[in-house]
Design a protein. Structure first.
Length: 336
C-alpha cells in the first residue's frame, strides 16, 4: 500500500498490559503534548481511556487520526491484549473518536521508528563514541521481556522490521558461564535470551549463579539483584556481570545479522538502571568478540536509550513524516 495519511491533530497511544499512555501531535512542526496515563484495568475499552485523557470536550484539539502501538501482534479486526482485558477494535475507535484514520503497530516497531530522531540528550554511549553512519540500526529492549526490532535503510527511507528476536537461544561461552548454565531453569528444554536477559529473567539468572556457588538463595524480582549488586552483594554483582556480557553477545549477534552500522540501541527499563555495569567493559567485550569480524564490530556504536518514552517519539515521527518510512500497514490501517 502507499504511505498512510494522518490528519492533524494526531492522537498517539502506547498501550501496554498495565498502562495506556496518550499524547497529541497538533501539526507537523509541533512538539508532542502528553495527555496522561491511565491503568487499562480502569476502563472497558481503549476508546474510553482515550476519551478520559483527552478531557471534556475541547473540540479545537480533538484528534482527527491516530497512531497506536500495542504490545503484541496486530492481526485482524479484533486484537486482544496479552496481559489486559481489552480487545482493541480499530473501527470502534474510529467511530467513537470521530477519526478519519487509525494505524496500529507493534510496540517495538514504534521503538524502531524513534531511532533516527533520538538526539544526543536521549542517548548514553556505551564504549567508544563512534559516529554512526546513515545505515541500518537495531534496537534491543530488556524490560519485562526482551523486545527486538531492526530498522533497515534503503533508497532514503527507513524500514522497520519487528520480530521475536528476544527468544533466540543463548548458550555458555566463558568458563564462568559453563559453571552457571547447568543451573538455569529451562523452558521446554531450551534457554532463550529472554529467559535471562529481562526483568523476569534476572531472578532466574541470579538463582543459577547462587546455586553454582553452593547457595540456595532465590530472588523474586530484578530489583533485588540490581540493588544487591550496588550494595556489594557478591552473587548479585556476579549476576549483573554475566547479564551485561551475555546481553553484549546477543546485541553483537544481531548487529552481525543486520549489519547495523548505524548502531545498536538498548531500550527498555533495565539498561538505564544498570548503566555503570554496562559501561564497565563486559557488555562491549561480549559485543565485539565476534571473530573473524572483530574489527567490524569495533566500528559499530552502542547506546542506552534514555528518552522517557521512545515509543512516543517514534510514533510522533511516523505520524509527522510517514513518507520517511516504508511500512507495510496492510490489515493495520483503517479509514473512516
Amino acid at each position: 500500500m502507499t504511505s498512510p495519511h494522518f490528519e492533524f491533530p494526531v492522537l498517539i497511544a502506547d498501550i501496554g498490559g498495565t498502562n495506556a499512555r496518550f499524547a497529541l501531535v497538533a501539526h507537523a512542526d509541533a512538539e508532542l503534548s502528553p495527555l496522561g496515563q491511565v491503568p487499562t484495568a480502569d476502563y472497558e475499552t481503549l476508546e474510553a481511556a482515550a476519551k478520559a485523557c483527552l478531557g471534556a470536550g475541547d473540540t479545537a484539539s480533538a484528534p482527527r487520526s491516530a497512531v497506536v502501538a500495542i504490545a503484541g501482534p496486530v492481526v485482524g479486526e479484533e486484537i486482544p491484549l496479552t496481559n489486559a482485558k481489552w480487545v482493541v477494535k480499530p473501527r470502534d475507535i474510529v467511530s467513537a473518536l470521530e477519526l478519519s484514520s487509525i494505524a496500529l503497530v507493534n510496540d517495538f516497531e514504534a521503538q524502531a521508528f524513534a531511532l533516527p530522531v533520538l538526539d544526543t540528550d536521549s542517548l548514553d554511549v556505551i564504549g567508544p563514541d563512534i559516529p554512526p553512519i546513515d545505515g541500518g540500526k537495531f534496537v534491543l529492549g530488556p524490560g519485562t521481556g526482551l523486545g527486538a526490532a531492526t530498522l533497515a535503510r534503503a533508497n532514503g527511507r527507513w524500514i522497520p522490521l519487528p520480530g521475536e528476536g528476544g527468544h533466540v537461544e543463548i548458550g555458555p561461552l566463558t568458563e564462568e558461564d559453563y559453571q552457571v548454565w547447568p543451573f538455569i531453569e529451562r523452558n521446554h528444554g531450551r534457554i532463550g535470551a529472554e529467559q535471562i536477559l529481562s526483568g523476569t529473567g534476572l531472578p532466574i539468572l541470579g538463582a543459577a549463579v547462587a546455586r553454582a556457588r553452593g547457595d540456595l538463595r532465590t530472588f523474586d524480582k530484578a530489583s533485588q539483584i540490581t540493588e544487591g549488586a550496588e550494595q556489594g552483594d557478591a552473587i548479585c554483582a556476579q549476576t549483573l556481570r554475566i547479564f551485561c556480557r551475555a546481553l553484549g553477545r546477543v546485541a553483537g549477534d544481531f548487529a552481525l545479522v543486520t549489519l547495523a552500522r548505524g548502531g545498536v540501541y538498548l531500550a527498555g527499563g533495565i539498561p538505564p538502571r544498570i548503566a555503570s555495569w554496562l559501561k564497565d567493559g563486559g557488555f562491549r567485550e561480549g559485543f565485539e568478540s565476534k571473530a573473524p569480524h572483530g574489527n567490524l564490530m569495533t566500528q559499530i556504536p552502542t547506546y542506552i536509550v534514555t528518552h522517557e518514552n521512545p515509543a512516543f517519539a517514534g510514533l510522533a515521527a511516523f505520524a509527522k513524516a510517514p513518507d520517511s518510512y516504508l511500512v507495510d500497514l496492510h490489515g493495520r490501517y483503517w479509514q473512516n
